[in-house]
Design a protein around this ligand. Structure first.
Ligand code: PLP
Length: 403
């Protein structure tokens, strides 16, 4: 990393993140380059943000044209693009309405606020029915609502008292979720695939069971698809495989393909809970963000990317599974769906992430022992093969060191 970048980071950038090892300055497709000209195969994709890889030409053109026409107008006025995008997202999610924001945390925060409004409506008063049941190991963002919903103490450490009203139950355990729902519960909030928690997928039975449970008990079923949504699993939403219709969905990350945008879909039955003045977001649905997001949706469709994810991920996961046979002392297994993949290792993955990066492959650690592989939705077989070669070579070196 150039010394000036490092110096400025050390001196002026808040130390809430681990010190970054390299500076990325350019990207094209599946490749990214650092400030010393080194090339990387980028399977970190900005932590599942760059769904189309870097600088897809159609996406770039859409953003460039929009910034030259209108950069921002606020939600005091209508933006045609916001209407278009809301319609497209409702076509994908079901009959309902869309709220726009900038990030995943704001999106999950909105779901938490929805649960409060629902609880107030059904109990007839505030402060009565506001409990939200979420899963252990979940991650829902860094705002107070998000971190209180999060089922990981490390996210909450230092920030107590967290918001009251959240309970955390073992993921995929319908009996425990059922027991956790009381007369004071307003919603259940889960990720169909836990990303930060180590790539754990909800089973179809669990999702279907939760849907039935929530309907029977008058509780909202809210899904956080911030990481697993927008095509990453081979369907637009990760929950689609189960056939359920949730009451709310949080989206962000891949939705803008690199332009910050978050969105919440709320089922039409509950959309009226928000009334003018009850919620808002200055930048939410900004024309540039909507243009970027519409381009993402167009490209996913025109390039048949959901099919690409489905076709290639099955083969890729089989090849990754073969690494377990070849490197049994290192690799424990493969988890996840589509291109939200967790390679479970038998050791802490920090050093491996660094070695893979030095060998030209960018990956993301999760939950201590999981290597997250998040190729863009339009990745090619050749790039997947290259990643396998780099993984094999780094694992080979590590195995030799162990012996
Ligand atoms: N929800 C999930 C499932 C996430 O994975 C994340 C981020 O990793 C968030 C919420 C928070 O999103 P953001 O960092 O955009 O606020």
């Amino acid at each position: 990393m150039h010394s000036k970048t490092k110096e400025f980071y050390d001196q002026f950038v808040l130390k809430n993140y681990a010190s970054p090892p390299i500076a990325i300055v350019r990207g094209e497709g599946t490749r990214a380059w650092d400030d010393e000209g080194r090339e990387y195969l980028d399977f970190s994709t900005g932590v599942a943000v760059n769904a189309l890889g870097h600088c897809h030409p159609v996406w770039v053109k859409a953003v460039q044209e929009q910034v030259a026409q209108l950069g921002h107008c606020s939600n005091l006025y209508a933006s045609p693009l916001q209407g278009d995008l809301a319609k497209r997202l409702c076509q994908l999610a079901g009959p309902g309405k869309i709220f726009f924001c900038n990030s995943g945390a704001e999106a999950t925060e909105t779901l938490v606020k929805l649960s409060r409004l629902h609880g107030k409506k059904v109990s007839g008063q505030e402060n009565q029915r506001f409990q939200v049941v979420t899963a252990r190991g979940s991650f829902h963002g860094r705002t107070f609502g998000g971190l209180s919903a999060t089922g990981q103490e490390k996210t909450q450490a230092g920030f107590h008292p967290i918001l009251p009203g959240f309970s955390h139950v073992k993921f995929n355990d319908l009996v425990l979720f059922s027991e956790a729902i009381t007369e004071n519960t307003s919603a259940v909030l889960i990720e169909p695939i836990q990303g930060e928690g180590g790539v754990h997928a909800a089973t179809v039975d669990f999702l279907c069971g939760l849907r039935e449970l929530c309907t029977n008990r008058g509780v909202l079923l809210l899904l956080d698809e911030v990481q697993c949504g927008v095509g990453r699993t081979g369907t637009f939403f990760a929950h689609e495989e189960s056939g359920i219709i949730p009451d709310g969905i949080a989206m962000a990350k891949g939705l803008g393909g690199g332009f910050p945008i978050g969105a919440v879909w709320i089922h039409e039955q509950f959309a009226e809970l928000f009334q003018p003045g009850s919620h808002g977001c200055t930048f939410g649905g900004n024309p540039m963000a909507c243009a970027a997001s519409l381009a993402v949706l167009d490209i996913i469709k025109s390039e048949n990317l959901l099919q690409n994810v489905r076709d290639l991920s099955v083969w890729y996961k089989r090849e990754l599974q073969a690494l377990k046979t070849r490197f049994p002392s290192l690799v424990d297994g493969v988890r996840g769906q589509g291109f939200l993949i967790g390679l479970v290792m038998k050791r802490e993955v920090g050093p491996l992430v660094a070695e893979l990066r030095d060998s030209g492959l960018l990956t993301v650690p999760a939950a201590g022992d999981v290597l997250r592989l998040l190729p863009p939705l339009n990745v090619s077989t050749e790039d997947l093969q290259t990643s396998l070669q780099i993984l094999s070579s780094v694992f080979h070196n590590n195995e030799n060191q162990v012996q």
